[in-house]
Design a protein around this ligand. Structure first.
Ligand code: MG
Length: 303
């Protein structure tokens, strides 16, 4: 829900949760969201006379914040807050801004509840107010805040006879191949997990379960393409992928250019955005004995 929210707007929602804990409300309501915004962006409320408002706000004093931060309580958003947060991206879009800012959040809250709007207007705050409007303009003209996330992925596949060895989307000539429901491509699977992890979208098993006949024998590049689409739908771009593939044999280095090309094509990125490294296991353990291959991946995405 918050992918299009900038860091400040996200902090406002976090503060709203602390306000709800302080207020001992069971849900995060609109007044708590207003309290969160007030804490993070006080200048939006310049000139507001709170005495004239009947709305009760949490007092987010340092002591209250400390106590609330330590509480492990999960506080859900109430229906009105959920509606307001869902409407905020549309407001941001209309104003020409790339992301939802605290000003859009406040405007969405003021649109969500007529009674609250009236009370706040009495105190001197409206979505047409100078402060809210100028914050909206700033969001439109100012530099876009970049959000960057990283995810980790790991996979291991057993090496068996009568299977192809698929790594990084290509077939590596070898006497054994990796076992798996799909083509058993250890590197593609670890990349999928790293990307899904970075976007907080679960893991490969959730999206492509090995109990589904649809995925039997399928090229793992299909998973990569699908994951790339999931990320695109959430406005994430892949910034970089760094991987270590661990195999005792065969030598993987000479195949890296082809692997990078295949991976880059499926992910719609350039080969420069993919780095591959090969390691052996020095003869130790199942990988060292040539019984398995593994891969570790870190993926970085941006929005
Ligand atoms: Mg796997």
């Amino acid at each position: 829900m918050f992918e299009s929210f900038d860091e400040e707007a996200r902090r406002c929602i976090f503060m709203a949760r602390l306000a709800a804990i302080t207020d001992k409300t069971k849900t995060i309501g609109l007044p708590q969201l207003v309290a969160g915004i007030r804490k993070e962006r006080p200048e939006l409320f310049r000139g507001v006379d709170w005495q004239k408002s009947a709305v009760k706000f949490a007092r987010l004093s340092p002591e209250n914040l400390r106590a609330a931060s330590q509480a492990q309580t999960e506080v859900p958003l109430d229906a009105k807050s959920r509606r307001a947060l869902a409407a905020a991206p549309e407001l941001a879009k209309k104003s020409g801004a790339g992301q939802v800012t605290s000003a859009h959040l406040l405007a969405a809250i003021l649109s969500a509840d007529a009674k609250l709007r009236k009370q706040l207007k009495k105190a001197g705050l409206s979505k047409e107010s100078k402060e809210v409007k100028s914050a909206g303009r700033q969001a439109r003209n100012g530099p876009r805040t970049m959000i960057s996330r990283s995810g980790i992925g790991y996979d291991l596949h057993r090496l068996v006879e009568k299977r192809k060895l698929m790594i990084g989307g290509i077939e590596v000539p070898f006497e054994k191949g990796s076992m798996g429901h799909s083509d058993g491509d250890v590197l593609c699977h670890a990349i999928c997990d790293a990307l899904l992890g970075a976007a907080s979208m679960g893991d490969i098993g959730t999206h492509f379960p090995d109990t589904d006949e649809k995925w039997r024998g399928v090229s793992s590049l299909v998973f990569l393409r699908q994951v790339r689409q999931y990320l695109e739908r959430k406005n994430w771009r892949i910034a970089h992928i760094d991987a270590v593939v661990i195999a005792e044999r065969p030598k993987l280095g000479p195949h890296f250019p082809n692997m990078r090309a295949a991976l880059a094509k499926s992910l719609s990125i350039s080969t420069e955005q993919i780095n591959l490294k090969a390691k052996t296991q020095e003869g130790i353990g199942e990988i060292g004995r040539g019984e398995a291959v593994a891969a570790h991946v870190i993926a970085t995405i941006e929005s």
